[in-house]
Design a protein around this ligand. Structure first.
Ligand code: GDP
Length: 424
């Protein structure tokens, strides 16, 4: 059973890019399963800094087939731009394949997201304004255009005209904007079709052929578990499902094929934008984590909110995804604190919760119950084995392992490939 799934266990930005890059070494195929070009993985490999938004991190290895599966929403203009940027850096993108079933982000999605976010005012979700939410919305409403529609000009135009009739009414009558002309979109997208054609494939069959041949296939999630549309802190979530279960729906693979589910865990917690965050630190602790951890969004540049590690939510993510191992990142950021805290439970109105409370109002009002552990003063980014780490740093990650209840496999102490320390 050679399928692994790798995903973020928090609110995204756990360092998935780096973890996937490290784990991809032994893979034959890396499949991105949800989200769009709002993800923003940062990978540093062989001294090169790469910011990938849509293309799977596996693109950096010549032996890997990178796949964009059905459940991703693809802005084809962005995809071509990202491929071009990689090519300019000397990275071969010829192996990349995209599912014909994936839905496309269209110009009206971008336009509509801009105006609706403005309309929501202070209740705005703070989206990345890449048209991802509206594209998923149309997918569910069954008026979406898929990549395969690009290869039948007549169908493409027909579908587009139907959708535009409604979208243009909304744009002009509700938001007082100019309508979009179908002709211009058809012309542009027919040109895109020719450039994309060599990369569009029946990814379902390609993935199954790889599995039949005993190849190692890794599914790569974007965002994080707590941003899951169904299981996250709704409505402050993303418009797709980062949880492990969705990797299978997206790729068209049976749960029986999976033998490994790696949870990426940042050694503390961050969150972008609004929504509950029980362990948030609004004082110098949060400030220090943000500065040392360089906690600014890859896509938006927004400052991330920072706080102590939350083992309640860690356990929730472990259960929800069926994690088989943990990959802890950014432990180096915690150097220099006299003591470090881990939230092991919540108190809400006199009641204690060991698990994530079932109602969001409870989570909003949750007071963390902390365990306080000894910190370490020395910088640890030069450690090259787990045993090189100070005793207190090892005790800290071991306590995370214990509270989350999933074996620890790797600890990362810096952004580079060689700063990932396997744990025996
Ligand atoms: P992702 O979307 O989950 O890949 O996360 P981001 O790329 O937004 O954020 C992770 C950032 O942390 C990137 O800039 C990485 O290079 C960096 N990073 C990853 N692992 C480590 C680590 O162990 N220590 C430090 N200091 N930085 C790390």
């Amino acid at each position: 059973m050679p399928v692994s799934i790798v995903l973020g266990t928090q609110w995204g930005d756990e360092g998935k890019g780096k973890a996937v890059d490290y784990l991809a070494d032994r893979m034959d195929m890396v499949v991105r399963y949800q989200g769009g070009n709002n993800a923003g993985h940062t990978v540093i490999a062989e001294g090169r800094l790469l910011k990938l938004q849509l293309i799977p991190s596996g693109i950096l290895y010549d032996h890997i087939t990178p796949v964009i599966a059905d459940g991703v929403v693809v802005d084809p203009r962005h995809l071509l731009r990202e491929m071009e940027d990689l090519r300019r850096m000397g990275i071969d993108t010829g192996r990349l394949i995209v599912s014909g079933n994936a839905h496309m982000i269209m110009p009206y999605h971008l336009e509509l997201e801009k105006v609706t976010e403005r309309f929501l005012g202070k209740n705005a979700l703070g989206t990345t304004k890449r048209g991802i939410g509206p594209a998923y919305g149309d997918k569910v409403a069954r008026i979406g255009l898929r990549i395969q529609d690009l290869f039948d000009g007549k169908i493409f135009r027909e579908k587009l005209e139907v959708v535009l009739r409604e979208k243009n009414l909304i744009l002009t009558k509700v938001y007082n904007r100019l309508p979009l002309a179908p002709d211009a979109i058809v012309d542009e997208y027919m040109e895109i079709a020719e450039r994309l054609r060599p990369h569009v494939a029946d990814t379902f069959s390609v993935i199954h052929a790889a599995l039949r041949d005993g190849k190692e296939v890794m599914f790569e999630g974007a965002q994080g578990t707590l941003l899951d549309l169904d299981h996250g802190t709704y409505p402050f979530v993303t418009s797709s499902n980062p949880v492990a279960g969705y990797a299978l729906a997206s790729g068209g693979v049976s749960p029986m094929e999976v033998n490994r589910i790696v949870g990426i865990v940042k050694a503390y917690v961050t969150r972008v934008g609004a929504g509950p965050f029980p362990t948030e630190q609004l004082d110098e602790v949060g400030e220090r984590l943000g500065v040392r951890g360089k906690e600014f969004g890859t896509v938006t540049g927004r400052k991330r909110r920072c706080g102590w590690f939350d083992a309640v939510l860690g356990r929730y993510a472990a259960r929800l995804n069926g994690l088989t191992e943990l990959f802890v990142t950014k432990l180096d950021v915690l150097s220099g604190f006299d003591t470090v805290k881990i939230c092991s439970g919540y108190r809400v109105g006199g009641e204690e919760f060991a698990d994530a409370p079932p109602h969001q109002s409870l989570l909003h009002n949750a007071e963390p119950v902390y365990e306080e552990l000894d910190g370490w003063n020395e910088e640890i980014d030069e450690a090259r084995s787990f045993e090189d780490l100070p005793k207190t740093a090892r005790a800290y990650v071991r306590r995370i392992e214990e509270l989350v209840g999933v074996p620890l496999r790797v600890v990362s102490v810096g952004p580079a490939r060689e700063q990932s320390l396997p744990v025996a």
